[in-house]
Ligand binder design. Sequence first.
Ligand code: ADP
Ligand code: ADP
Ligand code: ZN
Ligand code: ZN
Length: 954
Amino acid sequence: MKKKKVGATEVLEMIEVTGAREHNLKNIDIQLPKNQLVVFTGVSGSGKSSLAFDTIYNEGQRRYMESFSAYARQFVGDMERPDVDRITGLSPVISIEQKTTNKNPRSTVGTITEVYDFLRLLYARASDAYSYNTGKQMTKFSEEEIVDNIFSKYAKQKISLLAPLVRGRKGHYRELFEDIRKKGYLKVRVDGEVKDLVPKMQVDRYKIHDIEVVVDRLAVTPDMKLRLSQSVQKSMQVGKGLLFLLLNDSNQVVQYSRQLMCEDTGISYEEPSPNSFSFNSPYGACPTCKGLGTVYQVSMEKIIPDWSKSIKEGAIAPLGEEREAYVYKQVQQLAKKHKIDLKKPVRDLPDAQLNMVLYATEKPGEEADFDFDELSAADRVYAEEFEGVIPQLKRWFASASSDGIREWAEGFMDLTTCSSCAGARLRKESLWFKVDGKNIAEISQYNLDKLLIWFNGLEQRLTPKQRVIAKDILKEIRERLQFLLDVGLSYLTLNRATKTLSGGESQRIRLATQIGSQLQGITYVLDEPSIGLHQRDNHRLITALQNLRNIGNSVLVVEHDKDIMMAADYLVDIGPRAGKFGGEIVAQGTPKEVLDSNSETAQYLSGKKNIDVPEARRKGSGASLDLKGAKGNNLKNVSVKFPLGKLILVTGVSGSGKSTLINDTLYPILSQYCYESKQKPLEYKSIKGLEHIDKVIEIDQSPIGRTPRSNPATYCGFFTEIRQLFAAVPEAKIRGYAAGRFSFNVKGGRCDMCEGGGMRVIEMNFLPDVYVHCEKCNGRRYNRETLEIRYKGKSISDVLDMTVDEAVEFFQAVPYLYRKIKVLQEVGLGYITLGQSAVTLSGGEAQRVKLATELSKKDTGKTFYILDEPTTGLHFQDIQHLLDVLNKLVDRGNTVLVIEHNLDVIKVADHIIDIGPEGGDGGGQVLFEGTPEELIKVKESHTARFLKEEMKKK
Ligand code: ADP
Ligand code: ADP
Ligand code: ZN
Ligand code: ZN
């Protein structure tokens, strides 16, 4: 370990925590070496986060806030001090979380990493412009350059310098001719012909004209250099930056422009600025989609889903069936006037008639992508006359005052790629500025690894002048790209919207930007950075964490991954179990020292304990789902079989296409089939075998509720039964309390100060919301009267504060409750409390709450379960729990499909579908389908390589 020299002795600097009691922590003391990579591990719920985040990070945050002025603090409030006696040696803290807080559609990988900002600078300063009319490169000249150019190209020739005044416009131009004649010019060139300027000169006012004034006529000889340069200056001034050179002998004209100009068609571009390439600026954004790249368009399929129905029967979905309504009165009048038969199937109506109803005109024009602002203005004119179903829908969509109406209207639209910019988000001109022949939108589509290759050696493809300007910009871009590749994100693109990134991906981006910021003396706290990362890329992540340390920072990581634990400078094992059975330091030291202890973690790490590989793989039901021709995102027209009645694992490196295949293609197909859901699957050709399933359940890691009011008891649905139990207590009956009295979501029994939340939210502009206990009920949620009702000696609030483990015991005699709570325990959540606010549950915990909810329902034996990385947040021991549950489901005949990187899970699969070989463009193929034993024989699979090692441990 690195030591600091103080005088002659070396001392190790420490972060010293004394008396930590947050949540379940048992008054622990611990010393963590500074400027090292420290990994916290232990079973889920043992107290890792309570120590790393709730104690160390929160205390760091609190001290930071204390440094605010008293004035600022009155808005922020004081943060509660974590329950700890003392922390010393703590440097400023930064947490790198998984939360994807940025839902802004304008935020992309390029913008949050700043790479796009540098790209904009590059394109503004070192690009070539091309004409959107001819595709030819555009040129511009300074006056000096023009003089030099004329001397080198037209030496000894006789020339005229013309300043253009009129280009392609009608008019008699009497005043113009008079004006220039008075200024002393002698000749003009009108429509290509040089003429003397005479009084009362004019041209045919109904014809289109080109007019230039002749500024000078001279021969290009060395003694004329001064005169030429003066005349060029004059011409540019008169011609507003444009100059024509007429070669007197050949009558040929050459154009020079101070602006970027297309010589053939005369269009010119303004000098580009970085904003010209920003889709978040009016100077750069495509005016049609306002820089979003997508527009809402009315979908005919959704307006008329069934052409065999008549209008009366509701063929036109937004109109609905005929009924007493103002809009139908209008339609009836319209029908009378235009003799439209409302009882005829719409497919038999003449187009002109149908158009009358849809657009209020027989021949609707090309329906333009509509403009939000324009429509809001139109809204002010209240439509008295029937405006047509579709224009009305658009108006409502664009300007409805209520979200409900807007959402309703949105239901008849598709979000489609903007046709003006083809999704490139930028205005036309901006896309014709190119570096090495590529515009900024094109290179924003490259996978980051390909992009870096393009940047390497770009200097050689630039002009010497561009090279000088680009030098520093290129350095910044390359550095940032390299950091992104270092954390295993090579398959992302700069134009990828951040809201579509997974939690792990956005965490790794933050990690990369932090390394890029080169800050020193920071304590970084990270939560499971390995999520979503294939074993193959683990070493990159480890290197990135070590880089952060090497710059001079303390790096604290909560992690379950073996490789990362072994790479720690200092490993802390918290346990021994979850909740009140945890909260102690079981082992600490170098990974080797921890291995030598006999802790649970050590036993798994050393391979003494292991998750068993099953003796035989299940045969399944024999039936399967047969998906053919999937092409979403990077999928290369893949076909794949999902054998039913098996535990199916979908594997592959990050970005290989697993989620695209499962979450974005298969799941929507199944939920369309089972529930007629509207979510559209990504492109595929066909699917067979759907008749073998009757239910699909996706269990993801999204939060189970966005408010602190949601909790495991309400989500799983057994809180209703608990309330009924309380209402049935004799004392409650005497007082006339019904079950509703025990709800914290309705008035009556709850605390009126916090309205049953138990918490108050303090919003902080630049930091996440902070929750503090309600002063009145002290976090108990209910008023005094309600709390007086006791069931087996406990109040309703006490019950919400019970852990699942405690509740299982407490409700043992109430079978229907016991069964439901027991399932929470079985999925390894014995340590959470029934009322624990949903916002404090980790993604993995939320997923297990959902899993438990599904498990407590009756399965049909024909259910298809889909899980995405369920091992997030799980220790080896928890994984065993999870597998037990999943196996139970499969044993009852259901199918369970799991997307996973964790080898402990992969090795127990009945069937593996391996996607790859690489991420992004280099992936999207099915490499293998079959059992683990067969997979390890496949050479090109990255998964096979690691699985082989793991299976050896059997
Ligand atoms: P780990 O990070 O090891 O999974 P945590 O530190 O999150 O474990 O949790 C340790 C214990 O503290 C658990 O019993 C958990 O339910 C409890 N806990 C965590 N957060 C809260 C909270 N905000 N309020 C009450 N209890 C909590
Ligand atoms: P995996 O689940 O295997 O990590 P994904 O299916 O998420 O892989 O990604 C496969 C490819 O598709 C990647 O190149 C990824 O960047 C791209 N991709 C995924 N989601 C989107 C999206 N919403 N928009 C554009 N590209 C996407
Ligand atoms: Zn557009
Ligand atoms: Zn209260």
